[in-house]
Ligand binder design. Structure first.
Ligand code: FE
Length: 186
């Protein structure tokens, strides 16, 4: 209601064009989404040189693929390993790498997720169905307007010889936030 009221006021004063707003919303609802991030992850799994570059300077590397723009000005990719699992949050609001994942889901913006994932990450992950081995550390990354994160999940076993397209189909949105794991092929 507040957003609608604000939009009406700004439109009446001639400060925003509703058609421009609709175009922006269409881009982030229909054209930009987790399929972008999934392609980046699949390419990193398939190509060690790409992966090394991605971990060193994600913003530049994903921009080369055409993934840049609002809320994607500064992106860091953090790699899951047997030793460490990474999870992303924005404790202050809802910062999220839009060009790679689209619009954040409701739970990402919720007070409960933002507060609890910092205090008890393993309990929150378990509620998402992710139970980590005790020996695997959990690192929580707090996003800001200056830096947004994407998790590079571990490549599942049994995926040798898969194409980038086949690999990308295994990469879920939650796997790239850290609240999920990549899908194991059946
Ligand atoms: Fe934020």
């Amino acid at each position: 209601m507040r957003v609608k009221a604000l939009e009406t006021l700004l439109t009446e004063k001639g400060l925003v064009d509703p058609a421009a707003l609709d175009a922006i919303i269409d881009i982030y609802q229909n054209q930009v989404g987790p399929q972008n991030g999934a392609l980046v992850v699949a390419k990193a799994w398939a190509d060690p040189v790409f992966k090394a570059r991605l971990l060193a300077d994600a913003t530049e590397v994903v921009a080369e693929l055409g993934f840049y723009g609002r809320q994607g000005e500064h992106i860091t990719v953090v790699e899951n390993t047997l030793e460490r699992h990474n999870v992303i949050v924005c404790t202050l609001c809802s910062c999220y790498p839009w060009p790679l994942l689209g619009i954040p889901p409701g739970w990402y913006k919720s007070d409960a997720y933002r507060a609890r994932v910092v205090r008890e990450p393993r309990a929150v992950l378990a509620e998402f169905g992710v139970v980590l081995p005790e020996g695997q550390a959990v690192r929580v990354w707090d996003s800001t307007a200056e830096m947004r994160y994407l998790v590079l999940p571990m490549r599942p076993e049994g995926t040798e010889g898969m194409s980038v397209e086949e690999l990308a189909a295994l990469v879920t949105r939650d796997a790239m936030v850290g609240t999920g794991l990549a899908t194991v092929p059946q």
